[in-house]
Design a protein around this ligand. Structure first.
Ligand SMILES: Cc1cc2nc3c(=O)[nH]c(=O)nc-3n(C[C@H](O)[C@H](O)[C@H](O)COP(=O)(O)OP(=O)(O)OC[C@H]3O[C@@H](n4cnc5c(N)ncnc54)[C@H](O)[C@@H]3O)c2cc1C
Ligand SMILES: *[C@@H]1O[C@H](CO)[C@@H](O)[C@H](O)[C@H]1NC(C)=O
Ligand SMILES: *[C@@H]1O[C@H](CO)[C@@H](O)[C@H](O)[C@H]1NC(C)=O
Length: 370
């Protein structure tokens, strides 16, 4: 069969996972071309800034929930069997606790987390290895009205993104730095070694809002500011439905594997593109984290007890209507889109990539019948 020449635009978790899964199939020659690559830290590149853990937010019955459901198995397998890729602090899977306050109902954070905060979320039943339980009311932390706990994983993005690149390289994928102004520029002869591109996979994240030929104006940023500290919590992940400081501020803690530090979050500031960290917000993030999790500073009070690695800001590529995994025929080329994952790019990565690959295979079947 004729070799199929593929260009994947974007080397975030979406582009890399799609390229990795496609590279396991025969018949494809794949180039990943992107402005930013693993190792870069830039406000236009969301993936390095993520926690990144598996805390499903897709609402029951939606495609988003299906993608997250399909991603649990691969992530659990990585955590258990591929310590070189993703390993939670305790070597297996991490415990996480989701805390809910009735007063947060309707806030930006609580809306984003609506499924996660539910005492009866879909992932309770469909993800068999998640040890889901509702925490008895006499064991709730002060100010908390309800809480659940389950087993999850946390990915150290500084290890995982390069791991995806090396898996792709092993399978013959080519990586190139390229900045595209228009999606059809990917068909220029200097992009693919064959001199020809049969199909483009668009994994441009937030920049999808600017790429000529796509210009999806329904993609917008939800700014996430975090603090990475050296202090540890014993591998526990915690998440609360909201804060008393602002509607679009969040409070969460996660421990990255393999010396990746502890992530203190955060915020969910829609439409805000500020790349520099806000020192006042940083102080509030640290104070809230210590209040929620005194183990972080071994019971000592005050944010100066924390040993800061760095402050960081990333932009979640949110799309009204949800992540777009679709096929489109532009002039004489197929485009398969996989962008707009918002705050769920890792926890939906395998599900979305599998759907994208189904669309790729179908496109070539259609071409074969032309
Ligand atoms: C603070 C924070 C915490 C998060 N926590 C989690 C979490 O715990 N769990 C989770 O699942 N998700 C989390 N996320 C969300 C996750 O980071 C994103 O959903 C995911 O990284 C999006 O990946 P992407 O590949 O679509 O985009 P990106 O990582 O932004 O990659 C886009 C790629 O496209 C390239 N590109 C764009 N335009 C062009 C162009 N014109 N030409 C060439 N290349 C181009 C870029 O250079 C880049 O390589 C978090 C995000 C933030 C900010
Ligand atoms: C990728 O998709 C986005 C959203 O539709 C679009 O704006 C962008 O132009 C596309 N990129 C390419 C290279 O087609
Ligand atoms: C915070 O972490 C640093 C680095 O591990 C450690 O030296 C310090 O004692 C910790 N602080 C507290 C209060 O636990």
């Amino acid at each position: 069969m004729k070799q199929k020449n593929i260009v994947v635009i974007g080397a975030g978790v979406a582009g890399l996972t799609t390229a990795f899964l496609l590279s396991k199939r025969s018949g494809y020659k794949i180039v990943v071309a992107a402005k930013h690559m693993p190792g870069d830290y830039d406000i236009e590149y969301a993936s390095p800034w993520a926690g990144a853990n598996y805390m499903p937010v897709g609402v029951r019955g939606t495609q988003a929930a299906e993608w997250e459901k399909a991603t649990w198995g691969p992530l659990e397998n990585l955590a258990k069997n591929n310590p070189d890729a993703a390993r939670p602090a305790d070597g297996e899977t991490e415990d996480c606790e989701i805390r809910s306050r009735s007063k947060d109902l309707g806030s930006a954070t609580a809306d984003w987390f609506s499924e996660l905060l539910s005492p009866n979320p879909w992932f309770k039943d469909v993800v068999p290895n998640v040890k889901f339980r509702v925490i008895p009311s006499d064991q709730l932390a002060p100010g908390i009205d309800s809480a659940t706990s389950f087993t999850s994983v946390c990915i150290n993005t500084a290890i995982y993104l390069p791991w995806l690149v090396s898996q792709c390289l092993k399978n013959g994928v080519i990586f190139k730095r390229k900045v595209f102004k228009h999606i059809l520029d990917t068909t220029k002869p200097d992009v693919h070694p064959s001199g020809q591109t049969d199909l483009v996979i668009n994994c441009t994240g937030l920049m999808a809002s600017q790429l000529g030929g796509v210009e999806d104006k329904s993609v917008f940023p939800a700014r996430g500011q975090i603090v990475i500290v050296r202090n540890e919590t014993g591998g526990k992940m915690l998440d609360v439905s909201g804060t008393d400081d602002a509607d679009d501020e969040a409070c969460y803690i996660m421990t990255r594997a393999a010396g990746g530090g502890t992530i203190l979050g955060g915020s969910y500031q829609k439409g805000n593109c500020e790349s520099q960290f806000d020192p006042n917000l940083a102080n509030r993030i640290m104070r809230r984290a210590i209040d929620m999790c005194p183990e972080l500073t071994r019971g000592r009070k005050g944010i100066e007890q924390l040993d800061i690695v760095r402050h960081a800001v990333g932009l979640r590529p949110v799309r009204e209507g949800g992540t777009r995994v679709e096929r489109e025929r532009l002039e004489n080329i197929w485009v398969v889109h996989n962008y707009g994952h918002g705050g769920a790019g890792y926890q939906s990565s395998y599900g979305c990539a599998e759907t994208a690959i189904d669309l790729v295979e179908e496109a070539f079947q259609k071409l074969a019948h032309l």
